[in-house]
Design a protein around this ligand. Structure first.
Ligand code: NAD
Length: 431
């Protein structure tokens, strides 16, 4: 992300939006640094008999509202700063939707695509062995993130249970259904974003058939939001993954595109071969061009820091829905707001994932298995409430949705911090 430090940017944004929210310096001080970050070197036996070491992180950012919660990312570009920024955003996100959680995050510097399945399993188990002291159903609860999935969560849970010699499904969420996962978790992030777009469409009087959408990143989150939007009549005109992007004025059939990607392991498979190419007239564009398309809704759903000072003036979409965490740098927030763009911030737009993770944890602890309808109905209730709370506050303050979402979250975190007593309270008792 072009020379910026994602964590410094996240803290600067927190300080600015904290001042706008009017929370006390004590609250900002509590959130300026993580509670703790464990750095580990994971030894993994490779298939050729050699041993390799992978650097890993687990950050527990803040637990004022409850145990810390956040995904684990496997990616070659993972850094300490990125993990800490993601953990800070998780702290805000859980508070925006009113979950009894603090924020955390984990990561491993690895290219998982270069590992065999057995190596991936050994790496996942090594992560849990290294982090087991800070993780736990009442301490810190991981989940999937970029390039990790349900199977990896299952291996990690299994390793935790082997260490603790007890069945503990609530230690991790996003697990396979048969291992205690929740129905509806896989689609939850995309569905949460879709619910926000539906509410926004009401206010902005968007007509789905006339609304053109571009999606950067076609993994778990990107695919599900694309699928739900298309089902409701929206036109998905551009999609990208790490290999490149495709554009079609007529719109893509999202499911065939996804199926093709699953089969060829890359979106590029649709450029010139297979049925999808024949279905629609399309052209190949770059990921940068996708971000600058003249569409009605732009959905960054890949990695952080893709919109910054270098391209903000060329972003033409009037609505940006941040399905990825941190795709817009804090330093261009004001520019987008002044340009009249609506940015549905990550801490609201992608909160569906952690919300259903919370449902999974609740079910594990209570021994329930909710139906898909029940999960979807509860998710809809949470997301709609959070959307309108944020929207109405933004309208009243004449602020961005991000500023309003941070205000909602920081007030909740502040109440928890102040419940232990503030300087005012203690000074009152002093002689
Ligand atoms: P994923 O691993 O399923 O998919 C990531 C996708 O991004 C892949 O299609 C990959 O090819 C693509 N990608 C990678 N680099 C790219 C690039 N430079 N340009 C375009 N595409 C690129 O991951 P995911 O779970 O869908 O996560 C995507 C984003 O959503 C992340 O920012 C993640 O933190 C956020 N998120 C995910 C969840 C969840 O429940 N999965 C929840 C909240 C937020």
């Amino acid at each position: 992300m072009a020379g910026s430090n994602v964590y410094t940017d996240a803290v600067a944004r927190l300080e600015r939006l904290g001042a706008e929210a009017g929370v006390t310096p004590e609250v900002i001080a509590a959130l300026r640094d993580p509670k703790s970050t464990l750095i580990a070197s994971l030894p993994v036996r490779m298939d050729d008999g050699s041993r390799r070491y992978f650097r890993a992180y687990r950050c527990r950012y803040n637990d004022a509202l409850g145990p810390t919660k956040g995904g684990i990312r496997f990616h070659p570009d993972v850094t300490l700063e990125e993990v800490q920024a993601l953990a800070l955003w998780m702290t805000i996100k859980c508070a925006v939707v009113g979950l009894p959680y603090g924020g955390g995050k984990g990561g491993v510097i690895v290219n998982p695509k270069a590992l065999s399945r057995l190596e991936l399993e050994r790496l996942s188990r090594a992560y849990m062995r290294a982090m087991a002291d800070v993780i736990g159903p009442e301490r810190d609860i991981p989940a999937p993130d970029v390039y990790t999935n349900a199977r990896i969560m299952g291996w990690m849970m299994d390793e935790y249970e082997a260490i603790h010699r007890a069945k503990t499904p609530a230690v991790i969420t996003g697990k396979p259904i048969r291992l205690g996962g929740s129905l509806g978790r896989e689609e939850a992030t995309g569905r949460g974003a879709f619910l926000c777009i539906q509410e926004l469409a009401r206010v902005r009087k968007l007509e789905p058939s006339k609304t053109r959408v571009a999606i950067q990143g076609f993994g778990n989150a990107g695919y599900h939001v694309a699928h739900l939007l298309q089902d409701s009549g929206y036109r998905i005109v551009a999609v990208s993954d790490s290999q490149g992007a495709v554009y079609s004025e007529d719109g893509f059939d999202v499911d065939s595109l996804y199926q093709n990607k699953q089969e060829t392991r890359k979106l590029r498979g649709v450029y010139c071969e297979g049925t999808v190419c024949q279905l629609v007239d399309h052209k190949r564009i770059s990921n940068e061009e996708l971000l600058e398309l003249e569409v009605d809704i732009l959905i960054p759903a890949a990695l952080e820091g893709v919109i910054g000072p270098w391209n903000v003036d060329r972003i033409r979409a009037p609505v940006i829905v941040e399905v990825a965490n941190g795709p817009v740098l804090g330093e261009v927030d004001a520019k987008l707001f002044e340009a009249g763009k609506i940015v549905v911030p990550d801490v609201l737009a992608n909160a569906g994932g952690v919300t259903v993770s919370y449902f999974e944890w609740v079910q594990n602890r209570a021994g329930y298995a909710w139906t898909l309808e029940e999960v979807r109905a509860r998710l809809t209730e949470v997301m709609k409430r959070a959307f309108w709370e944020t929207w109405e506050l933004a309208s009243a303050k004449k602020s961005s949705l991000r500023s309003a979402a941070y205000t909602v979250a920081l007030r909740r975190i502040a109440e928890a911090i102040h419940a232990h007593g503030t300087s005012d309270y203690f000074q009152e008792a002093s002689p």
